[in-house]
Every structure is written in C-alpha cells, then in structure tokens.
Ligand binder design. Structure first.
Ligand code: UTP
Length: 307
C-alpha cells in the first residue's frame, strides 16, 4: 500500500459538497481491544496524542459537513463527552499561556456540531446507521458515514464521492485497489467501468472472497455517501452474517432494485485502527511524522529492528 501522510489532504476535497450531516457509528463492542475496552472506548485510544475519532470528525468537517451524529452505546458516553467544551481546563491552559495545548483541546468541539444517537445493543453496522435516522432533517437527501476505525489518507475522498453523486445520483462508496493475492479479508465490488478510471458502477459485492473468486481488486473502505433511500432498505433487510444487520446488505438491496451505486477509487493510504496490530502501525506512522517524537523514534526503531 502507498505510504500514508498523516496530515495533508488532496486538492480534490470540497467544502461545497452538499454533505451536511455525517454519521460516525461508534457503538460496537471493540472486542479486539479487550481488556482495555472494558472501560475505554476504542474510538478514544490516542494515535500519538489524538483519538482516531477526532481525525475522522476533521475529515467530515473538511468535506463540508456541519453536523456529526455519533452513534454510541449506553456505556460509551465518554465518546460524546470528548466533543464537549471543557471550560475549566481551557481557562487553566489560558492562564498558563499554553496556547498550543489550548488549540488542541478546543479543536474537537470547534470542528462541527456534534450530537449522539443511541444504539442500545450492538446489532450490526446497518442497525447502528439506522439508529441515526431520527437525527436527520428533510434536507439530508444523502448522508456521509465514516467508520472511525478506518483512517483514509490523505483526506479528500468524500469530496470526490460527492462529485460522483452529483453526476450519477444514488449512493457512492469508497474502494481501494488491492493486490489480488491480498483481497481475501475484504468486501470486494463487482464493477463496470465508467469514463472515469477512478469511478466505477457497482453491480454487486462479495464478502471475503478467495482471490480466484474475487470479482475485482476493488475492496470496500469505511466511507459511504448514502442516499436517504438506504434507511428504507435497512428496514427491509434481515440479519445476515453474525446475526447482524449489515449495511452492505441494504446497499445490495438497493442495487437489486435499480438504485445507482458507484465507487470512487481512493489511491492513497489507509490505517485500520480496529485491531491492535493496525492501530500500532498507525501510531508509529503518525509518530514518525511528528516533529517532536519522529526523529528519536526513527533512530530507536532502527536500532531495535537490527537487534
Ligand atoms: P467493527 O466490527 O470493526 O467494530 O465495526 P466492533 O464490533 O466494535 O469491533 P470488534 O470486532 O468487536 O473488535 C465497525 C464500526 O461500526 C461500529 C463500530 O463501533 C465500529 O466503529 N459498530 C459496529 C456499531 O456502531 N454498532 C454495531 O452494532 C457494530
């Protein structure tokens, strides 16, 4: 995979994207991070010093979203609290002249308006997204969904997805082009070309295929621009893999009913924060680019790897 860039965005990012509301599902159990997730939501684990969910909120704001609906479980109110102002802390930092820290502390709640929806039980990603429907307004003809486990770098793909929706209508998903031999862990799109090599029409999707059965090398990533019609489809699907309501089953139903679905191919990097191995890679990648920690870490890593 291409090297990642922690902070830059591609020039295609649009603030006039038409995306008003973004949904971030964060109500999962986080079992791969047990025992930590007994008490700390995985979405708040720091990639260097900033939780992954703040990067994802920043990406949504950069794409023009004004509102973020975070779907949380009843025990995960710390995720919502993270986006609330901390007046006492801010005052202390101000008095001590800690301007840089003050900016960091204020960033999360300054990005966009954050509200929460509750998913009482972890019944799947599709179910989590449907829990945010009451938060939508009639103007939300489409919503962006960003999985906080998935850092897509550089940012900007949501802007390109919005432009694809403006052209083709319907629902637009995000794909990575993955070498065929590495495709098995992913959901893989069955696609047809358009006149843009990085926009494909989706005919279907196969979950976790063997390389020889994969219909393409385009694997699903955690960014969705969903037409409002998906909420109706979510009411009509039945539990799929693992007894969960799968978002991809709702999208498959829309495709079967003739609703246009496209993917935008993101040619860049990605970090999967959903498991400790992927999370550590992201932390090291971001730390290596950090002006304060990067140089020492690089030197230490070199020595450590040679040992
Ligand atoms: P994952 O399956 O990667 O997260 O879901 P998880 O279930 O929390 O983690 P593990 O597998 O037990 O380790 C992708 C995203 O969807 C959210 C998760 O919080 C994560 O951000 N999700 C998943 C929900 O909000 N509700 C669900 O019922 C399932």
């Amino acid at each position: 995979m291409a090297p990642t860039t922690a902070i830059s965005s591609d020039p295609g990012s649009a603030s006039s994207s038409g995306i008003r509301t973004a949904i971030v599902p964060a109500a999962g159990l986080g079992t791969r991070f047990l025992p930590t997730t007994k008490a700390v939501p995985k979405e708040l684990l720091p990639v260097v010093d900033t939780p992954g969910i703040e990067y994802v909120a920043g990406e949504a704001a950069e794409a023009g979203a004004k509102r973020l609906v975070i779907v949380v479980s009843p025990g995960k109110d710390a995720v919502a609290r993270y986006f609330e102002p901390q007046p006492e802390l801010e005052e202390t930092l101000e008095q001590r002249g800690k301007t840089e820290l003050l900016e960091k502390v204020r960033r999360a709640h300054g990005l966009l308006d954050v509200e929460t929806a509750i998913q009482e039980e972890a019944l799947g990603l599709g179910h989590a997204v449907s829990c945010a429907e009451p938060n939508l307004t009639p103007e939300d003809e489409a919503v962006a969904v960003l999985l906080p486990d998935d850092l897509v770098l550089p940012t900007g793909v949501l802007g390109r997805m919005a432009r694809a929706r403006a052209r083709y209508g319907g629902t637009v998903l995000c794909a990575f082009d993955i070498p065929k031999e590495e495709i098995s862990p992913y959901g893989v799109f069955d696609v047809a070309d358009t006149d843009d090599p990085d926009v494909k029409k989706v005919n279907g999707m196969v979950e976790k295929p063997a390389p020889e059965d994969a219909p393409s090398t385009f694997a699903a990533a955690g960014r969705y621009l969903l037409d409002r019609a998906v909420f109706d489809a979510l009411k009509r699907i039945t539990p799929g893999a693992g007894g969960e309501l799968q978002l991809t089953d709702a999208v498959a139903l829309l495709i079967a009913e003739g609703h246009p679905v496209h993917v935008v191919v993101h040619r860049g990097g990605r970090h999967d924060l959903g498991n400790p191995g992927g999370f550590l890679r992201a932390a090291v990648d971001f730390a290596l680019q950090h002006p304060e920690y990067g140089p020492d870490l690089r030197e230490w890593l070199r020595g450590r790897v040679e040992e």
